[in-house]
Design a protein around this ligand. Structure first.
Ligand code: ADP
Length: 370
């Protein structure tokens, strides 16, 4: 990727003023996940302020795309606005506002980049579900892993693709230390608790990945899809990086996602980002299966609940967005311990395991209807 191309695109985007903030869209932080590949394909997400209104959001997005597209060397611009204020939609899984053409090609891409093409190779995988969160540290990976274990325990052939390139945790969560082996030119995924597991953390040194840029991340995610022998799966859970970036856009573009599960804590700071995530998936007609509230409360020895991050925030936010609420997971010191020990709580005899089983039932129920 040309670094100078990225700089020039950034400079062009800085010429676009956001009427809501009065600042340019780079300065006010609206441009997120900006990346470009060697062929001049530019991607970004535009976080439009709440309450901007759909038309204003679309106008700003169009202006930003035009500015980026006018830069010498840019072949195609892939961008999506993420703003819950502008994308308020009635209840239901599909956005009636999205046009047929947007559905066919939501980002206006001419050629399919490699992740999208790679997703098509997962022909033996019936459903793919992205687990996403607005912020890091809300327990997304913990939920993805335990949900996968509970889905496998319910009898579904389950895979877990840990695509959280900036914080791969599946190896820790499952206590996997060995590098994967190869068979017939394909990587053989690890198997634990009935789940086929592959993590970007098994291929690279996570400390290196922090410095990775968009195309490298995409290359890694592509490899996790097409070079791994996933075989036949009823469901593949993808642990996506926090926020809304390239990985999400690529997965959405692949049209292989059956839906997304969004994890948030009840805290207002996390909720703002969660709303953005819901908005992104909805704008692209990816069904939001539901919101999971994690770290909902801490149970005291007397049975009293302490709401460390506020009470019911994610549930209320889900209701306000018209997104299904799948359930709350309390703070369990044993869950943290089990995760560090590489022994998923969902496979143990613990009240937390029942919570994950219930979530798995809902997710399994959802994919049966697909
Ligand atoms: P993310 O993927 O969102 O960055 P993680 O899944 O890595 O977050 O979780 C962050 C930390 O919080 C980990 O140490 C994990 O063990 C812990 N954790 C997550 N959910 C819970 C919970 N419900 N109770 C106790 N600890 C939790």
């Amino acid at each position: 990727m040309s670094q100078s191309l990225l700089l020039r695109v950034r400079a062009a985007l800085a010429g676009v003023i956001n009427p809501q903030s009065g600042k340019n869209i780079v300065a006010d932080g609206a441009v997120q996940g900006l990346g470009a590949d060697d062929e001049g394909r530019v991607r970004f997400a535009l976080a439009v302020p709440e309450g901007a209104g759909r038309e204003a959001a679309e106008a700003l997005l169009a202006e930003a795309k035009k500015a980026a597209g006018a830069v010498d060397g840019v072949s195609v611009v892939t961008a999506v606005a993420t703003a819950h204020g502008s994308a308020k939609q009635p209840q239901g899984r599909h956005s009636p506002q999205a046009t047929a053409s947007a559905h066919d090609n939501p980002f206006g891409l001419k050629n399919k980049p490699r992740v999208e093409a790679a997703a098509e190779t997962l022909s033996g995988v019936k459903s793919i579900i992205a687990v996403a969160s607005g912020k890091g540290g809300v327990g997304k990976s913990t939920v993805a892993a335990n949900l996968a274990v509970a889905l496998a325990a319910s009898g579904l052939k389950t895979g877990l693709l840990d695509a959280d390139v900036y914080g791969p945790s599946a190896p820790t969560l499952f206590g996997i230390k060995d590098k994967p082996t190869m068979n017939d030119g394909k990587i053989v995924p690890h198997e634990a608790y009935g789940v086929k597991i592959m993590s970007i953390g098994m291929l690279i040194d996570p400390e290196q990945a922090i410095a990775w840029r968009g195309p490298m991340v995409m290359g890694a995610v592509r490899q996790l899809m097409s070079d791994v022998d996933w075989g036949e799966l009823d469901v593949m859970i993808i642990d996506t990086p926090p926020g809304t970036g390239d990985t999400h856009l690529s997965l959405i573009q692949s049209k292989r996602l059956s839906g997304a599960v969004i994890v948030s804590t009840p805290q207002e700071m996390a909720l703002a980002d969660m709303r953005r995530g819901v908005s992104l998936f909805r704008q692209t007609e990816t069904p939001v299966i539901g919101v999971i509230e994690n770290m909902a409360w801490l149970e005291m020895p007397g049975g009293e609940r302490q709401y460390l991050f506020g009470e019911g925030g994610a549930k209320k936010a889900a209701e306000a967005l018209g997104a299904p609420f799948l359930g709350a997971i309390p703070l369990y010191p044993e869950l943290r311990q089990a995760s560090d020990d590489g022994l998923p709580l969902a496979a143990r005899d613990h009240p937390g395991a029942d919570v994950f089983k219930k979530l798995a039932r809902d997710v399994a129920g959802y994919i049966k209807t697909k």
